[in-house]
Ligand binder design. Sequence first.
Ligand SMILES: [Fe+2]
Length: 463
Amino acid sequence: METVQAIARHADDNLLDDYFDERLLVRGEWRKIKHELNSLSPQLLRRLGDYFMRRNHADLAIGCYKTILRAGEATKQDRFAHASLLMQFRGMAEKEGQYADALEAFRELKEVSPTSLPALINIALYWMDAVERPEEWAGEVREAMALALQIAPGLPLCHYILGIVDEIEGDAKSAAQRYYHVLEMDPSYGAARIRLHWPDNWRFLDRKQRERLSSWNTDMPDVNELVVDRQGGSIEAARSVFKKFNAVIIRNMFADDAWVGIRQDYYQQLGERMHKDKRGMWLMEDVDQSLRGSVTRLTDEAGLESWLHGILGEKYDDWRFAEHHAWHIQRRDAGGEWVTPCHQDHPVFCANNGYATCWMPFDKCGDDRAPGLELFLDDIEHPILLQEQFPHMPLTLPTEFVHEYLEPKRLRPEFVPGDMLIFAPLVFHKTEALDAGAGGKRMSCDIRYKIGPTAWGFGEMQA
Ligand SMILES: [Fe+2]
């Protein structure tokens, strides 16, 4: 009881940060007092929950909201916060049960508040993320979207989701018209455009619609439009490029010799491991326990945190910057076997704002000598699940079709050591494939950050 009372005192004094840093979180005391949460008032639990959420301790925050819910004193906001956090976990691989709880939480929220747009939309997003048996509750999603459209008739997302429901139920004719309607509302809605181009859907458009559609084509950026030079550029400039293209290349983010030491230490080792492990990408910790520390030191020196916060943090200014657990190091050789195909890093439908991949080459590449990283810049704001990558999911599109569709959107930037590429989790990208004759090789690392609650890992591929 003493601990709980101390929490209450600190919460009142707004000193939670000091209290938890030094005692609870560090020493794991939280586990000891979990059962005492019932004795805290809903107001205090709410404050604690919000606090934990800001500190990226989503599991602790969930514990607080859950306690309010159990006590039957939850407001709609408590329910929403609880459900959103569960959804943020979206651990299809690691936290399956918790993810399913999110659906229940949003269903409950819908019961309490039938006109809650977030509840309605999140039910649908969950459905699209976990669609192993989508036909079983396609009806519920259709009904939720019908309600959502009464509240917000101009929301293209609802029409897009209804198009997916139509596809699942085998009504390609209706799906095509829905995707077309989405594009009438928002011509840059890339996910609707790609699904509409799938021949099964496309055949239901008439000639006039096809003509109109081609006139809505969005322009491809020139590679140079993606570049901000740190020398003479600004975080604001990088932010506006990222906002427009979901990607930005920052030249001179690091000194050009920043990676020399790491390159010297690991090139040969990684080459040997490529043959032994039959792959060209490793978790940093699997290569060397201290490697992540060396990379962190260099990124700290370069002030990466403030750049990323400036670029991504718009919606989350009061949220902490968090490292995502998956940091990798890669080696790619021209003509080498290990070429990562075109993919999205985090193809998850649930809200995923503020997450980014930072990719840093240690060698000159993308210059027809050493394999760079190619980007496919189409404004695709939802996952496009590729059959090859997700053979068990029903919402997939054939991989070859997607590749062909994206081909005209391909950009092949040149990179030099010191550059950093930042891109959003739904940007398609791949390793640049080069003939062995080109002869070059590159090392790179990719590190991920999130502003807001940290997501659990997802089966990502690296390029
Ligand atoms: Fe990737």
